[in-house]
Design a protein. Sequence first.
Length: 342
Amino acid sequence: MSEQETPAKLAAASAKPDIAKRKAWRFSRPDAPGFADFVAGGKRRKAFVKYWLTDNVWNGLHLAGHYGMKLMPMDVCSNFGARLGVFALPRYHKVAQKRARATIAQLCPHMSEAQREALYIENCKAQGRLMTEFSVVNRIARQPERMVLHNPEYIQDAAKAGPIIIVGMHLGNWEIGPIILRQIGVQPYTFYVPPVERAKAWIAERVRSKTGLRFIPPGMQGIRPAVSLLKKGGVVSVFADEAFAGKIRGPLFGREPHLEGNIALTIRLARMTGATICPWYNVRTGDGFRFDAYALPPFKLPPEEKPGERLAEDIRLLNAVIEPVVLAHLDQWYFLDNALPS
């Protein structure tokens, strides 16, 4: 034991988990390669060719697919996605398939091998539906009977009382969230990281803007605008379940609290602004494009005497809300094909 590691300090460390700090992430778009890159040759020329030629072939295909599926009826488009997911994901996404099966085995030790495989296939269907439904998602606003929001007063009452952070989960089809919220008089801002592919980014921003979603810059650049909105009594939307680089960040699934991800971000925003946390999620009902959405009881974080002293406990508190919901609906969870870090 070193001189600094006194028994008192060791006891304090064991009583209160140490949450390592992380560097603030800043989002930046890559610059388009110029003609000078083509002339330079080597990797710079390859980047030029990829950006201006190869990527544009894919951009055209993405746009053609998006607008082609707009011609389909909503349920036909959704069911086409389910068949596409079952066909394509096991064949062409081998790494993700391996991760998904490993994650199912870890989270569902009580299931038989046949039950786990059936869960994986259902998740493939859900993933495929999400991809094709993006072309028709805004039509659901004209058919509100396809969306049922249970306990809307939880969100409405909290929004009337002050700032709220709406905490979503990647279940069902979360793209319908802004449409549902707009129908009850709530229009949130959200942190938005655009897809890397240019056509996908253009499609995503166009579709999500039409749902009523308003964007906050991703990463560190968005913290100040989010805090400002909340201090003015506004509404910010965050998804607390997530994965990055093939690894699940949230929920915790038995791991210790950490600062990597949106659970910690939500807690910090709530502490800085006194915002009420309003969890919600939706799940698909049957085949096709129909959903039941559920607003869960809102809550404020318990008081603390010293800033940050309850950080680990606060993270566990929010995790305890979202984790059981995700576990109950793994067949529709978007991040099932990511790995649980050891």
